[in-house]
Write a protein that binds this ligand. Structure first.
Ligand code: SF4
Length: 291
């Protein structure tokens, strides 16, 4: 089987040092919405300057290089064990080259492994087999710690917020999560929301939706409408970039629905910061294409 360690290393470099074009475009549009001379506009301009410098110098966009989350879509014939070994080897090399800050800390002994490997779970790697004639696709997201800390999960009904088990209730709790996050999630952010599932599967789904492009709407018109509405309403809360006030708190919202047990109704919110780092590589024969 082909060794893709170097190609995966390049995927990590690109993800850590360069925002995807759709995210950067959205950030540039947001600058125009903020008042000239305001703290909000200044914060966005600084973010964009930082993005340009990082791309030019192959340095991380943010000192927090985040939790690495890989999704591997592999056609029959590839060894998931070997792919995982290659991902881990690339992560060690990326840490040596300072594309990644050493981020894996043993929670029991409070010791940093120094190479971004930790047990079997760090980095996090998900595999999905696809049809034999499809290419191998590896997606990577680097999820910042500050924004992860302000993620939230609600069990509905939530009497304190007056949120019932319906989309009106979902709206209330998602806005509550944004309000509580204030600037601590490094706004402007993107909301990944799952409705249903169990506590574990729901959080995973709320991150998976963040792999889709900016502006991609759910095919269910009810959820698409709620996505638009939540982005709009979050931007009226006045939190603004990095919590400095202003019009831009959330760049986009992505919602997915899941089946659930009759007894449970979870709404899970994964908050992605402005450093919305996600990339993918597609391997077709000897060709590797990065997006
Ligand atoms: S939450 Fe995002 S922008 Fe904030 S420090 Fe972490 S990676 Fe950087």
């Amino acid at each position: 089987m082909r060794d893709l360690t170097n190609e995966i290393l390049e995927l990590i470099r690109r993800t850590s040092s360069s925002l995807p074009p759709d995210v950067e475009k959205k950030l540039r549009e947001s600058v125009e919405r903020e008042t000239p001379g305001s703290a909000a506009r200044g914060a966005l301009e600084t973010i964009l300057k930082n993005v340009e410098l990082s791309r030019a110098q192959s340095t991380p966009i943010c000192q927090d290089t985040g939790t690495p989350i890989f999704y591997v879509h592999y056609p029959e014939g590839w060894s998931t064990r070997k792919l995982k070994e290659q991902i881990r080897a690339a992560m060690v090399e990326a840490t040596k080259k300072s594309y990644m800050r050493p981020n894996a800390v043993d929670s029991i002994y409070d010791k940093n492994s120094g190479n971004n490997l930790g047990g079997e779970d760090f980095p996090s790697v998900h595999f999905e087999e696809v049809d034999a004639d499809e290419p191998l696709v590896i997606e990577l997201m680097l999820k910042g710690g500050g924004c992860e800390n302000v993620g939230a999960q609600y069990s509905l009904p939530d009497n304190r917020l007056g949120a019932g088990r319906d989309l009106a209730g979902v709206r209330k709790v998602v806005l509550d999560a944004v309000q509580k996050a204030q600037g601590q999630g490094c706004a402007p952010g993107v909301l990944g929301v799952s409705i249903g599932g169990d506590r574990g599967s729901a959080y995973i789904k709320s991150k998976e939706v963040l792999f889709s492009e900016m502006g991609t709407r759910n095919t269910d018109p009810k959820l698409a409408e709620l996505e638009e509405r939540l982005t709009h309403e979050a931007n009226t809360l006045g939190i603004g970039p990095m919590g400095f006030g202003g019009q831009t708190t959330v760049l986009d919202t992505k919602i997915t629905g899941m089946h659930r047990l009759p007894a449970s109704y979870f709404v899970s919110v994964s908050y992605m910061c402005w450093a919305y780092r996600r990339r993918k590589m597609t391997v077709t024969g000897v060709d590797v294409v990065y997006e």
